[in-house]
Design a protein around this ligand. Sequence first.
Ligand code: PRP
Ligand code: MG
Length: 186
Amino acid sequence: ASQVEQDLVNVLFTEQQIQRRLAEMAEQIRADYEGKELLMVGVLRGAVMVMADLARALDRHVEMDWMAVSSYGSGTKSSGVVRILKDLDSDISGRDVLIVDEIIDTGLTLSWLVNNLGSRNPASVEIATLLRKPEALAMPVEPKYVGWDIPNEFVVGYGLDYRERYRNLRDIGTLAPHVYAPVPPG
Ligand code: PRP
Ligand code: MG
């Protein structure tokens, strides 16, 4: 196992499982947007991997744009404050928009984004997410495309980070306890 893979204690989804599920989601999306132009909006930074793989699995014309939001505000996510760090480059009025993210946790990020993008007069706004934690959900979010529901555990890989690391793992899993252990002095 590589240096990065050694830190995973439990693999929830392998690279192969993720790609297979994305292919199924892509098939659904292709059918739903047949005859329409599709603008995919990825949520930086976690959605980079799923956006790249889902867009390629779609195997049709799409446009891609990106937003960066901060859901920390005054300290924690529970503050409920969301700020735009990077807005879309495109005008979405009249467009069919598909927001792409890798996980819905409390739902704060995507409920806010759906409202925000919804106020710009798009033809439609839907959500595709690879993962969702139903037990953690605190805001109303109804994604049309969901890869898997998972328990309320801290997961990393495939875009998901712990202190900015592990986003580049091909699999998704939970971290070994030694990762969280404090570094001894010296
Ligand atoms: C993570 C994740 C989702 C969001 C989900 O992003 O990528 O976008 O949190 O959590 P929520 O449902 O509770 O809002 P984060 O804001 O940590 O930034 P990142 O994408 O740069 O990792
Ligand atoms: Mg994110």
